[in-house]
Design a protein around this ligand. Structure first.
Ligand code: ADP
Ligand code: ZN
Ligand code: ZN
Length: 816
């Protein structure tokens, strides 16, 4: 008798066992997929975890349905890694598998199949079964796998669907929603009619009374002659000292022609590799120190100020690892950053660079996955966001985690709620390779680990080119209000600096941390604010659509004309968001182009890329935005950064609020003056004497660190204590209360102290679900794994209580 244990893509706490024939046992290896029956008449794609001869006790093992692979698509190392994730983050292997595998690998009964309208299908070339499915899709827009089972009248339909997917005849559901649009860059060339010397001469003659336009044409001509490569609009404006308006007028006159080229693609079209940049002295020293540190430590933290040239150091390290024939994983916290960096890396390493993140279509992700499984040189460097730590590496030589302090490395929902930085470190251990963490504002955790000698530390404190760190000035807006020096939300100082910067032809970033502080409508008569019917929050006013919106559940209604409580029409708005800032800037500087980058403007198909590119290409003078702006973007012409209001982030109710504010402000400041000119930063605040603000102005990371550590020690927070947050959710208020109380009492019987709550969070109802939290604090000497075991025991008894079964319980380890 032969059996396999499989991972099902379901939140089951255990592996499930199926019986196989001897021949199948000879063929199967861990990491192959099989289709198996589970539940009532359902088929799932499952992954073989191990092969053995022990019959299960609790149930009779069913036969598998079909083997789906000829070779393993998941490696042994991955399975080991997934097991660690599932144990450490207290989730199931099925959760991890779901996060790791591209959806196309996980066809199942509920998967929806549609026709791919972009593929021309020659019906005569289809197999019989393919034809039946194709026909059915001509009559209805989508089919579930179950529908296909009845159409074909057989149970195992996955191979047919797979072959149709491979031929791009059909798509799985996810692809319809997630078509990843790559970034487009704007280029210009002379209209072909001016390609002869004669016509060009005539043109220059014609333009003699428009010297600026003439200059642009001449520059373009010279540039094209020199490089023979496409010329970016930004390059042209740079070299000819012209505004983008002049270029535009030449395009309008049909003298120049604009066109777009995709830049962020998996395939790299260029051939020539650029030589690496020569490191300057401080970079060389840092590079040597990192290598020395690698001799002593598995993990090294590179603490290098913004724009110190950390990326170029990574590139040097990558080159060495590639020479040994090994792979590199380069993690970034944000998909948008991969777009900026991929060009830079492909310049050096050509097609060895592959990008991987969740916005890629399933098909594209499968492509990268297959390159890795087949050890293709096309994927020697993986540049990716969080989920790329779950890829099938086979010979990893280095892991780089850039902007390691970023909280977006932690997944919130759904499980696995893993931290990609910490998960990457574990991955590196599996491969016995080194991890380099990089940041200008390291997380307190990582810095603490260097103090404990767990990590090595390398400092880089000068900017590349010796550009000075930006000059940071605090503006006391309480005082400005008193002295009537405010125009809307702009102090006279900020307006002065903006005016000057714009006059010099430089760009400006304005930062407003909108999170929960967008304008709220308040009745001046009775003080009532309109509330979301589903959540425990006030609705936010969105001027553009004249709507009231809920930021938690998406509920929206038209703006009210009168107070719904007392009928008064005397309504006012409190607080302000990016939209207001944008509008005020438009009024203050009507002759300049303003763009806004926040959740609302980037929701569209490729809104994010468009805004970044337009700003890079200097088609926008002033960019207003939220946190999205802060994450490591490298803009060349930003001279001034304005932080509209520092206070709301400092006052956020979270033990990390001060650390976060410090990081956020220094990071956004770091966008200023990255090339030659020293940048300027203005921070508007009601509280200029706040310690964090003082530390930001003097760039005193160490002072911030020491002070925060004192607080963490005193109040028992990470990195001294570890935290596990337990969240309870249910529609019924009483049920949440009773359930959370029961759970807390059980925890206190085991742990006595260090259990916080249960408590309602500031927003205690979302989408009609009441929410309560318990926080388990784990003291430094207490075993983390024993603590988790105890929690799992309590969790099991909890769900044994019939009344609690409908309550959702979420375990979040190292919650951020
Ligand atoms: P960081 O990642 O530390 O913020 P970057 O690596 O983005 O800094 O470097 C900032 C800028 O300086 C980039 O435009 C980069 O191309 C440039 N730069 C850094 N090091 C060098 C070097 N050795 N030679 C030429 N340019 C460099
Ligand atoms: Zn009222
Ligand atoms: Zn809501």
């Amino acid at each position: 008798m032969h059996f396999i244990d499989v991972i099902l893509p379901l939140p089951l706490p255990k592996l499930f066992t199926y019986s196989i024939t001897e021949a199948e046992a000879g063929f199967l290896t861990p990491g192959m997929r099989v289709s198996v029956p589970f539940g009532k008449a359902k088929f799932y794609t499952a992954l073989v975890f191990n092969i053995h001869t022990t019959e299960p006790h609790a149930y009779e093992a069913k036969d598998i349905h079909q083997i789906l692979d000829n070779e393993a698509i998941v490696t042994q190392k991955q399975l080991e890694h997934w097991q660690w994730i599932s144990e450490y983050y207290m989730c199931t292997l099925g959760d991890v598998m779901r996060a790791a595998l591209p959806n196309a690998f996980l066809l199942e009964s509920e998967t929806i199949i549609t026709k791919n309208t972009e593929t021309q299908v020659n019906e005569t070339e289809l197999q019989d079964e393919e034809f039946l499915i194709f026909e059915a899709l001509n009559h209805q827009t989508s089919l579930k796998i179950q529908d296909i089972v009845s159409i074909l009248d057989k149970k195992n339909v996955l191979p047919v669907i797979k072959s149709m997917l491979d031929k791009r005849i059909v798509l799985v559901e996810e692809e319809i929603y997630e078509k990843y649009k790559p970034k487009l860059v704007r280029y210009v060339k002379l209209q072909t009619k001016f390609s002869s010397e004669k016509h060009l001469q005539d043109l220059l003659e014609d333009l003699s009374r428009a010297p600026k336009q003439r200059e642009v044409v001449l520059t373009l001509f010279t540039l094209s002659a020199q490089t023979k490569k496409p010329i970016k609009v930004s390059e042209l404006t740079d070299k000819s000292n012209a505004s983008s308006a002049i270029v535009k007028s030449l395009i309008d006159k049909d003298i120049l022609e604009e066109y777009y080229i995709q830049t962020d693609r998996i395939q790299y079209s260029g051939e020539k590799n650029n030589p690496l940049k020569t490191l300057n002295e401080p970079q060389k020293i840092a590079f040597q120190e990192i290598k020395a540190s690698f001799e002593k430590y598995h993990i090294t933290l590179l603490h290098g100020v913004t724009s110190s040239g950390k990326t170029e150091i990574y590139v040097k390290l990558i080159e060495e690892v590639l020479q040994q024939g090994k792979q590199v994983l380069y993690l970034l916290p944000e998909i948008a950053l991969t777009t900026q960096l991929v060009n830079r890396l492909q310049d050096y390493f050509g097609e060895k660079v592959a990008v991987f993140h969740s916005k890629y279509s399933s098909q594209e992700r499968v492509e990268v996955w297959n390159h890795l499984i087949h050890h293709s040189s096309k994927a020697q460097i993986i540049l990716g966001a969080r989920s790329s730590v779950l890829l099938p590496f086979h010979d990893l030589g280095l892991v780089i985690v850039d902007e390691e302090h970023e909280s977006s490395y932690k997944q919130f929902d759904p499980a696995p709620r893993y931290h990609a930085r910490d998960t990457a470190i574990v991955l590196a251990h599996l491969f016995q390779c080194k991890t380099l963490l990089g940041s200008a504002t390291p997380s307190i955790e990582s810095y603490y680990n260097t103090k404990l000698q767990k990590y090595g530390l390398v400092e880089l404190s000068t900017r590349y080119n010796n550009v000075l760190m930006p000059d940071i000035e605090l503006v006391d807006i309480k005082d400005k209000h008193k002295r009537k020096r405010m125009t809307g939300h702009f102090s006279d100082r900020l307006i002065e600096e903006m005016t000057e910067t714009l006059k010099e032809g430089h760009q400006i970033i304005l930062f407003q941390n909108r999170r929960g502080f967008s304008p709220i409508v308040e009745c001046q008569t009775c003080g009532v604010s309109p509330q979301c019917p589903n959540c425990d929050v006030s609705l936010t006013y969105h001027q553009y659509k004249d709507q009231l919106r809920c930021h938690y559940c998406g509920y929206h209604s038209v703006m009210i004309k009168a107070c719904e409580a007392c009928g008064s029409v005397d309504l006012d708005t409190k607080g302000f968001g990016t939209q207001q800032v944008e509008e005020e800037v438009n009024k203050l500087f009507p002759n300049y182009k303003v763009a806004r980058m926040d959740l609302d403007t980037t929701r569209g198909k490729y809104g994010y890329e468009k805004i970044i590119t337009a700003f890079e290409q200097q088609e926008v003078d002033i960019l207003v935005g939220t946190q999205m702006l802060t994450k490591g973007l490298d803009f060349r012409h930003v001279k001034l950064v304005g932080i509209m209001n520092a206070d709301n982030m400092l006052n956020f109710p979270d033990f990390r609020a001060h650390e976060r504010s410090f990081q956020l402000m220094l990071q956004v400041s770091g966008r200023a003056g990255r090339t030659e000119k020293r940048g300027k930063v203005l921070i508007q605040t009601y509280n200029p004497y706040h310690k964090i603000l003082q530390q930001v102005t003097t760039n005193s990371y160490m002072e911030m660190y020491e002070e925060q550590m004192d607080e963490r020690r005193n109040f028992k927070y990470p990195p001294i204590y570890r935290l596990i947050k337990i969240t309870f959710k249910h529609r019924n208020y009483n049920k949440v209360n009773v359930a959370a109380d029961w759970y807390a009492k059980s925890l206190r019987m085991v742990f006595k102290t260090d259990i916080l709550g249960p408590e309602f969070p500031p927003v205690s109802r979302i989408r009609n679900q009441f929410i309560k939290h318990i926080i388990v604090k784990i003291p430094p000497k207490q075993s983390v794994s024993k603590t988790k075991e105890a929690i799992i025991k309590i969790n099991n008894s909890f769900f044994a209580v019939k009344d609690f079964r409908a309550v959702r319980v979420i375990l979040n380890v190292d919650n951020y």
